[in-house]
Design a protein around this ligand. Structure first.
Ligand code: SAM
Length: 296
């Protein structure tokens, strides 16, 4: 349930104008153009920058038509669309997307470039963004896991850019989902969502405590693979017995001993040079591709 809804346009018209004759009675089928940053709905969208607000509302922001259309492919509609008003460059496909979203119950707000500029990412501002409901899955019942399944478990991942990149890579190899263990960064930050390039809509995400994860993985029917700098086996020389549960450690301390103890295989990615370790997203990509090699 939505704890703190984005206030409806009808409840707050501060700073708003309408396309049509402003003296005419408001017509609900005409788009409202929001010009003010003080508009309550705009303030509510901006507040989703804060983790506590995303947690309280269960919502998040996705930016850009291409990302939002990935949601459409998975039949996931936004609750709210924010769109640049009077945009002569708006592609027809975006218009069709807005129609589809409205049919699914989304509100569409038209805003000025100034308002959109405050909502959109500074580096690559988009003319369309959406407010979506976060989706969290449960740990899958082990009886439902197929031999070809690959689940990825991340312990204490800290960097939202890494997490988003990993979600995208997990999608690319057809992983069944990602389990976030313990205290992790928020998968629904703007940075993470951007890095997923739309895969946020297709990869199931699960959140669990370390204790819950350990209790669940004890009966895992295939290999539980830990990646570790001191791994006994080169990750390229291992035969992985499916279904595979791959565990990756955090950017800082790596995998905890408690999780390594649950592994049936502990693998390392060989490195030359003077570096300590690979970046988490890079190490995850290499290992995912190696495990999935027979299926790709
Ligand atoms: N300082 C950590 C340690 O001593 O384990 C390294 C953290 S590393 C940046 C983050 C994660 O990426 C590790 O926990 C591991 O899962 C994976 N990783 C990075 N380089 C690796 C390598 N060469 N072999 C195996 N796993 C690696």
């Amino acid at each position: 349930m939505m704890k703190k809804p984005i206030p409806r346009a009808q409840r707050d018209r501060r700073g708003d104008t309408r396309h049509a004759d402003p003296s005419a009675a408001p017509a609900c089928d005409q788009p409202m153009v929001i010009t003010s940053l003080q508009n309550e709905r705009i303030k509510a969208v901006r507040a989703l920058e804060m983790r506590k607000e995303r947690k309280a509302t269960g919502l998040f922001v996705a930016e850009g038509a291409s990302v939002m259309m990935m949601g459409e492919e998975h039949d996931i509609a936004p609750e709210l669309v924010v769109r640049l008003t009077n945009n002569p460059d708006e592609p027809k496909r975006t218009q069709a997307f807005c129609t589809w979203a409205m049919e699914r119950g989304a509100d569409v707000l038209e805003v000025t470039a100034r308002v959109l500029g405050k909502l959109a990412h500074k580096d690559n501002p988009q003319s369309l963004l959406g407010v979506y409901r976060q989706r969290w899955a449960k740990l899958p019942p082990l009886s439902a896991c197929k031999d070809t399944d690959l689940w990825l478990a991340l312990e204490g991942v800290r960097d939202p850019g890494n997490l988003g990149t990993i979600i995208r890579t997990a999608d690319a190899v057809g992983a069944a989902g990602i389990i976030l263990i313990g205290t992790c960064c928020d998968a629904y930050t703007r940075e993470s969502v951007r890095a997923t390039m739309g895969s946020i809509f297709s990869v199931p995400l699960v959140r669990v405590s370390q204790q819950e994860f350990i209790a669940w993985c004890k009966s895992w029917p295939g290999d539980v693979v830990a990646t570790h700098l001191d791994g006994s086996e080169d990750f390229r020389n291992v035969t992985y017995r499916g279904p595979v549960l791959l565990m990756m450690g955090s950017e800082g301390p790596g995998l905890t001993e408690a999780l390594v103890a649950e592994a049936s295989k502990v693998v390392r990615i060989p490195m030359n040079g003077t570096l300590d370790s690979l970046n988490l997203a890079v190490a995850t990509a290499l290992t995912l591709y190696e495990i999935r090699r027979p299926h790709l």
